[in-house]
Each structure stands twice: as structure tokens, then as C-alpha cells.
Design a protein around this ligand. Structure first.
Ligand SMILES: NC(=O)c1ccc[n+]([C@@H]2O[C@H](COP(=O)([O-])OP(=O)(O)OC[C@H]3O[C@@H](n4cnc5c(N)ncnc54)[C@H](O)[C@@H]3O)[C@@H](O)[C@H]2O)c1
Length: 340
């Protein structure tokens, strides 16, 4: 039986991946330190992983070694990470420790115990300074913010391991991932979950900038198809996981309103409100530069996915309307259940 380790399994993507692999009849070993994860993510209609998840930190070498020793993993999915940009910006030491140091721990154990392929949750956020679109895996300009830099460094170390030891590591650079998850219940959910929640309660959502900023979105089920396909990776590889289609906030909002049968014009806040919940970034001798925030809000993303298609036979299948329809149905169920 194929056995995979999934770190970050109580998060959005990790939990969905666990569900799919288990449904495929594989054995999954789930690890999370619950710094961001939630048990509710692990409850599916047909399966409940809440008692199965091992509470551990990917930096804990002794604990992780025990798991590698015990389970003899075929594949390791390192989905654990600190993803919110302002969190990484506010605590760079922790971001680097988890996103780079934690991954180095996983790589070293994968080397010792002979894992067939390590699959790393990387990001297209490292293309933040690109000017040519769609962006390919061979990008030109290094990123500025802490978060994409941690993921970029993690990739560099993965390459170092592959070059030195003949290992196989597939770094999947995810575009904006969307799909059903419990974030709609959080105080400050990310954009898609926030939009659905506000519409559910007939409230006016507040978007940053003017809502015309466009990004590349990939549906979580498509991402998982690719996460399975890249097990075939030989040596080191970086693979864009994207739809190569961009949508603006306003376009997605219009589709969501149509699906939910609502007609609530959105409000727009100035860039200055972005990250206002992180006052420490605006304090100190050197506060964050205004142009950095503006650049992040207005950031355009569109990522080429030819490499994933040609090397791994993958094709994104879920279009925006279909994806939003599935996501909205799941989030309405959740909101009905919890009445948050
Ligand atoms: N969601 C996206 O749009 C997106 C886009 C690009 C890349 N990614 C990357 O994909 C991964 C998963 O993203 P997500 O949206 O599911 O985020 P998430 O926050 O829902 O999941 C990450 C999980 O990792 C866990 N974790 C964090 N530090 C840990 C540690 N030291 N040890 C063990 N577990 C730890 C958290 O508790 C959380 O459950 C992240 O690494 C993120 O950087 C996500």
C-alpha cells in the first residue's frame, strides 16, 4: 500500500489532499502543529481524520524521525507552512524557521529514509516582481517580501539536496488556491471565503483597491491531481500549478452574486487599510513602505502551466464558475451549521 506523509494536514490544502489520497485507498499519515490548522478542516461527509492527526512540528527532528522510521513513507507532501504574508512580515524569524528550516528537516529525513519523491507546497508569490506574463518557472526577478523569499530559499535547498544526493523533489508553485474550506468561519477569512460569507449575511463586502486587480486562481481539486502526478518527478523540478487564466475581484464577486442570487454593490477601501491589523508593521524606525502595500494589492498574476501539462500530463479541469458553485454550496452548509 502506498504510504504518504502530509504535513500541514489540518490546513486547507493538506486536509483536502488527505481526503483524496485516503479515498484512493492510500495510507496517509497526518501531521500538524495547529498553529493555523483547525480540526473542522479534517471532517468530511464520508471521513473524519480528527483523531488521526499527529500533533507535531515539522522542525521537531526527534518526533519527525520517529514517524519516518515507523511508516517508511513512499511520498512526503510538505504542505505545512506559514502562508499569510503579513504574518511572515511581522515575524520573519518564525517564518524562516518553519518555511525553510522545517522543510530542511523534512528533506534530510527523506534522504536518510529513502522517500521516493518529496512534494513541496511552493508559491507563485515569488513572481511578485515579474513584468512579463504569463510567468514561466524560469523567472527573472527575485521577490521582495519575506514569505516568497522563504519559499524561494526552500526551493534552493531542495535543489541542493537533489544535486548532492540524487533525490526527487517536486516544488509545486501554487497560484491562488480556492475551494471549500472552513475559513469562511474565521474572523478575517481570505478574499474568496470573505466574499461568500458577507453575501450569505447580506452584508456589503469591503474590497481593497478598486477590485480590478487580476490573479490566477486554481481549484483545489485540480491542484491535488497535479500533486499526485508529480510523484513521477525525477531529480529537482519546479512546476507552476495554475489555470493560466486571471480573474479580477470584481469579476469573481459578480459570479458569486449570480450564483447566490444577491445584488449587493461592494465597497472599496484605500490601500492604507491593507494589513491594518498588523500595526507593528507601521511602527518602529522603519515602517513598511507604502509602495510595497500598493504593489501587493495591485499585484497581477498569470502563470504559464505548459510544463505541468507536458511533463506530467496534467490539465486543470475546473473553471471559475464551476469552482465557485462548489465552494459556495459547501460554505453555505458550514455557515448554516455554525451560524457564525
Ligand atoms: N492557499 C493558497 O492559495 C496557497 C498559495 C500558494 C502556496 N500555498 C502554500 O500551501 C501550503 C498550504 O496552504 P494552506 O492555504 O492550506 O494554508 P493553511 O494555513 O490552511 O495550512 C498550513 C498548515 O500548516 C500548519 N503548520 C504551520 N507551521 C507548522 C509547523 N511548524 N509544523 C507543523 N504544521 C505546521 C498549520 O497549522 C496549517 O494547518 C502553505 O505552505 C502555503 O504557503 C498556499
Amino acid at each position: 500500500m502506498i504510504t504518504s506523509l502530509i504535513t500541514g494536514a489540518a490546513g486547507f490544502i493538506g486536509s483536502q489532499l488527505a481526503h483524496r489520497l485516503a479515498k484512493n485507498g492510500e495510507r496517509v499519515v497526518l501531521v500538524d502543529n495547529f498553529s493555523y490548522g483547525r480540526k473542522d478542516n479534517l471532517i468530511f461527509e464520508d471521513m473524519d481524520f480528527t483523531d488521526q492527526v499527529i500533533i507535531a512540528d515539522i522542525r521537531d527532528t526527534a518526533k519527525m524521525r520517529e514517524l519516518f522510521e515507523q511508516f517508511n513513507f513512499d511520498y512526503v507532501y510538505n504542505i505545512a507552512g506559514i502562508a499569510p504574508l503579513p504574518d511572515c512580515q511581522s515575524d520573519p524569524q518564525e517564518a524562516i524557521a518553519v518555511n525553510v528550516g522545517g522543510f530542511a528537516n523534512i528533506l534530510e529525513l527523506a534522504r536518510i529514509y529513502g522517500v521516493k519523491t518529496v512534494i513541496q507546497a511552493s508559491t507563485n508569490a515569488m513572481y511578485e516582481n515579474e513584468t512579463q506574463f504569463p510567468t514561466t518557472e524560469n523567472f527573472q526577478h527575485l521577490p521582495t517580501l519575506i514569505y516568497p523569499n522563504t519559499k524561494y530559499c526552500a526551493e534552493r535547498f531542495a535543489q541542493s539536496f537533489c544535486d548532492t544526493y540524487n533525490m526527487n523533489v517536486a516544488c509545486m508553485r501554487f497560484a491562488n488556491v480556492y475551494g471549500p474550506h472552513v475559513d469562511c468561519l474565521r474572523k478575517q477569512p481570505p478574499f474568496v471565503a470573505y466574499m461568500v460569507r458577507e453575501l450569505y449575511y447580506d452584508r456589503t463586502p469591503i474590497f481593497h483597491s478598486d477590485g480590478t486587480q487580476r490573479r490566477d486562481y486554481v481549484y483545489v481539486e485540480d491542484l491535488i491531481d497535479l500533486a499526485i502526478a508529480v510523484r513521477a518527478c525525477k531529480g529537482f523540478d519546479t512546476i507552476n500549478c495554475s489555470s493560466n487564466t486571471s480573474y479580477s475581484v470584481n469579476e469573481m464577486y459578480a459570479i458569486a452574486q449570480e450564483i447566490m442570487g444577491k445584488n449587493i454593490p461592494a465597497d472599496y477601501a484605500s490601500d492604507a487599510h491593507y494589513w491594518e491589523n498588523y500595526p507593528n508593521l507601521y511602527k518602529g524606525a522603519y515602517p513598511i513602505k507604502d509602495e510595497i502595500l500598493t504593489h501587493e494589492i495591485k499585484k497581477y498574476s498569470l502563470c504559464e502551466n505548459t510544463h505541468a501539462k507536458e511533463a506530467y500530463g496534467w490539465e486543470p479541469k475546473v473553471g471559475m464558475r464551476e469552482g465557485l458553485t462548489k465552494l459556495i454550496a459547501a460554505e453555505i452548509d458550514l455557515l448554516d451549521k455554525y451560524q457564525h
